[in-house]
Write a protein that binds this ligand. Sequence first.
Ligand code: EPZ
Length: 416
Amino acid sequence: MDKIEVEGGVRLSGEVIISGAKNAALPVMAASILGPGENLISNVPQLRDISTMGKLLAHLGMGYHQENGGVILQSSDITSIEAPYDYVKTMRASVLVLGPLVARAGEAKVSLPGGCAIGARPINLHTIGLEKMGAEISLSEGYIHAKAKKLKGADIYFDIPTVTGTENLMMAATLAEGETVLENAACEPEVVDLANALISMGADIRGAGTRIVKIKGVTGLSPLNYRIIPDRIEAGTFLAAAAITEGDVGINNCEPGHIESVINKLKETGVEITHETDRLRVRGPARVNAEDIQTRPYPGFPTDMQAQFMALMTLAEGTSLITENIFENRFMHVAELKRMGADIRVEGSIAKVKGIRALKGAPVMATDLRASASLVVAGLAAKGTTIIDRVYHIDRGYESIEEKLKVLGARIRRIK
Ligand code: EPZ
């Protein structure tokens, strides 16, 4: 298993280029099921999750290959409607083939994702929505089986704004009979990106990015040729890395409007951030002040930035209260940060972080994608060497993170 070794104490400086958004590329790849023919998607990050989705789509009978920063998906023939457990267990986002398969092929058999490190993460809202659209849903041997000759438009209210739930049902609704209204829909930029991709295929979708999305079914969609938005969480992670190392970094090819909540919060801690159209300039102060956060659905502070922000707060002046409202178990990074000397106490969904003067490098273990990013951020500022084990977690969501950090002056290397 690869490890990453970080020698702390270097102030990051220079320019970094942000890759395409993993959580936009995954649903847009699944959307290619709806457009028979050659689908081209550009600005796709080279990540394990992307190739897992590609292998799953190939398993369904589609042609898949990656070339110079994009993927090509040939979806003329769908020869299987089954997403086997092997794919779903390595990547829960595999569940995104459920809606498109029922819409295109009238049937889907998708393995239940099972829990993951950060929480139970059920998909009941996905299946309840499909049932409302007339699908017959059954569960056997850990597989969701959904069948519908032709889906019908329906009014669907989400008890909780679910990102992939909104995406699955939006895709299913594009070929349904009549209009579907999604209420309390997720507003994340990745949901909007998927809607724009579907609209470019001929779908009739209004209101994406707001809590009420209306989709009028059409008879068919054409293949897409689409460029994915920048990854707002990667951009936020580099903001935290520059802030914690008193760095001076230019973050290029990003969309500042997608991380207003993170930018505003970091400014409150004393980080200097200026932005032009697709570039952020960030300068970290000698020491940030403690600030509280509550993770919320978009446009609130993103749960995917909670761990990285916590790493920054371990060195802040004062005490920060970090409340995780989205997932029930997203504090696995706390134990690892404490091994580096951080002063953190968890009470339920609140982590109380008392800032200290310095972290000490230590051997630590990555537990999930964003927790591993927070350990890299902490390692960049810690005194001494930090060795992060199980970095396959980080490879799921960050395109060659150590290369990008090396360009900014970090003393970081991968140990095979
Ligand atoms: C998406 O996961 C992202 N993944 C996650 O990013 C992100 O953390 C999450 O949204 C929240 O922003 C992708 O887009 C591929 P949800 P998703 O459905 O869609 C509950 C990363 O780091 N819920 O919005 O699975 C659920 O348990 C990943 O890249 C139900 O109860 O999240 C959670 O508490 C990690 N029933 C809340 O809703 C359902 O049917 C939000 O989950 C669906 C969700």
